[in-house]
Design a protein around this ligand. Structure first.
Ligand code: GAP
Length: 452
């Protein structure tokens, strides 16, 4: 099936249906900052919940952590971010704009007929210089005598500095992992493409500590696991690929990295990085803090610095990928409809309960059904507007099931159950609704776009 999706359509749908808005819009917005509305919050919360589920509920070798965003500044010396977390920046003396030197061929500078910065005769680009991406702030009431701290550019370091704490309380031993979800901040030179690259974003990172000899085997394990996570949640396999980094692309800490890439409308782009970080982080923090970060195996008498395998995903980027993959348009009985074919587990609302008309006792029964279903799953009651309009609205927010109360309901306590994707409607007795919807929600699912 051809993809109808474009980034502009996703941005428009997100605004129209209350998923994501430009931040501080009444002041003209703040470049590349976004606010999540009701359905966006529900969707991203579901994405994160599925990630936690795969890390915590489905296995017993990972524990959770929620570290502070502001960390001791020495953290960033040890991690290498203070010295090396930079992008090359060029200024244009003509138009005053700044560009990432390694992205010039993907950027437009606004000069006509120039396409890329530096191409027009009038363009005057400076030499590239390194620009540190960390946001700086000050702790203490007086700026001059305060301590400079940084908004964390990744959640990972909060995990490494807590290695000893977690080892002591959790009674885990390698192989084991520490998982964290939280905000990170990067002063990106060229953010863009909606929530794909922003300056404030949420990461879902897990650091898996293993015996050095087992690092490669666990690296491969996590490559397979993370790929499966996306496809189990409905991402079409032909829109997902694993791309190993070339040696010259590797971060300073990594001996091997593979990106999970998704085929966005902007082209194949990184969704998640899976890195073999070796013993770089624990060794660095040992050196800078003086605390030994190692593991002593009492059974074998062996002492070693564990190696780390890190699957590092972005919650906003994953949410965008799920939206893009789900977006569809089709003709139904001469009318076009837009529908988000989201995996039911991710859908912001699982079921909408709609009285056909706002009279004859139908709203009362619909509200009764809503009261029952909302205890089981995210459910929404909607009585405003024509039934067609209400279906379209639910289709656009990706609600997989619709329950309609009509005149027959008052006679035999049955309702129609509508399926978002097949548009089939079946009659079902009210008492069977809850168990049936729970069964459907738990069932394996694949994108109907695959069979289209
Ligand atoms: N601890 C390793 C690390 O942070 P990364 O590849 O820089 O690795 C991991 O980031 C993930 O975080 C990326 O794959 C992406 O999903 C997300 N991410 C990174 N920078 C982002 C940005 N500026 N906006 C949105 N998401 C971002």
């Amino acid at each position: 099936m051809d993809d109808a999706v474009t980034m502009d359509k996703i941005v428009a749908l997100c605004k129209r249906r209350g998923f994501i808005f430009p931040s501080s819009e009444i002041y003209g917005g703040l470049g590349s900052s976004y606010d999540y509305g009701h359905y966006g919050v529900l969707l991203k919360t579901n994405v994160k919940a599925q990630w936690w589920r795969s890390m915590l509920s489905e296995r017993d070798d990972i524990v959770a952590l929620d570290a502070a965003i502001l960390m001791h500044p020495r953290t960033w010396e040890a991690s290498g971010h203070l010295a090396g977390f930079t992008d090359p920046l060029v200024d244009c003396k003509t138009c005053g704009q700044r560009f990432r030197a390694d992205h010039l061929d993907q950027l437009a500078c606004g000069q006509k007929p120039s396409k890329h910065p530096g191409e027009a005769d009038v363009c005057e680009l400076t030499e590239a210089r390194d620009f540190n991406l960390m946001f700086e702030t000050t702790i203490g009431p007086v700026r001059e005598s305060g301590t400079t701290v940084y908004l964390r550019p990744e959640t990972a370091q909060g995990i490494f500095v807590n290695f000893k704490n977690v080892l002591q309380f959790s009674r885990k031993k390698p192989p084991f992992g520490i998982a964290q979800v939280g905000k990170s901040f990067r002063n990106e030179i060229t953010p863009g493409n909606f929530v794909f690259r922003t300056r404030e974003f949420e990461q879902m990172e897990m650091e898996f500590f293993v015996a050095p000899a087992e690092a490669q085997q666990w690296f491969e394990h996590w490559l397979a696991e993370r790929e499966r996570w996306y496809t189990d949640l409905g991402i079409r396999p032909d829109h997902l690929r694993m791309r190993p980094h070339d040696p010259d692309e590797l971060s300073h800490y990594s001996s091997a990295t593979s990106d999970v890439e998704y085929r966005f409308p902007i082209g194949w782009s990184e969704l998640e990085g899976i890195a073999n970080r070796g013993d770089f982080d624990l060794t660095q923090h040992t050196e800078f803090s003086g605390e030994k970060l190692e593991y002593f195996d009492q059974a074998s008498g062996e002492r070693y610095v564990p190696h780390v395998i890190e699957p590092a995903a972005g919650a906003d980027r994953a949410t965008l990928a799920f939206l893009v993959d789900a977006y569809d348009e089709e003709e139904v009985e001469g009318e076009s409809r837009t529908v988000l074919r989201l995996h039911p587990q991710l859908a912001p609302v699982k079921v909408a309960i709609l009285p056909l008309v706002r009279k004859d006792g139908q709203p009362e029964i619909a509200k009764e059904i809503h009261a029952d279903l909302r205890r089981r799953m995210q459910a929404e009651y909607d009585e405003g507007g024509s039934i067609g309009k209400r279906y379209r609205r639910q289709d656009e927010i990706g609600t997989p099931w619709g329950v309609t109360v009509d005149h027959q309901t008052l006679e035999d306590r049955t309702v129609t159950l509508r399926d978002r994707d097949s548009l089939e409607q079946e009659r079902i007795v009210i008492d069977a609704l809850g168990p049936e919807l729970e069964r459907r929600l738990a069932a394996p699912w694949q994108s109907p776009k695959l069979s289209g």
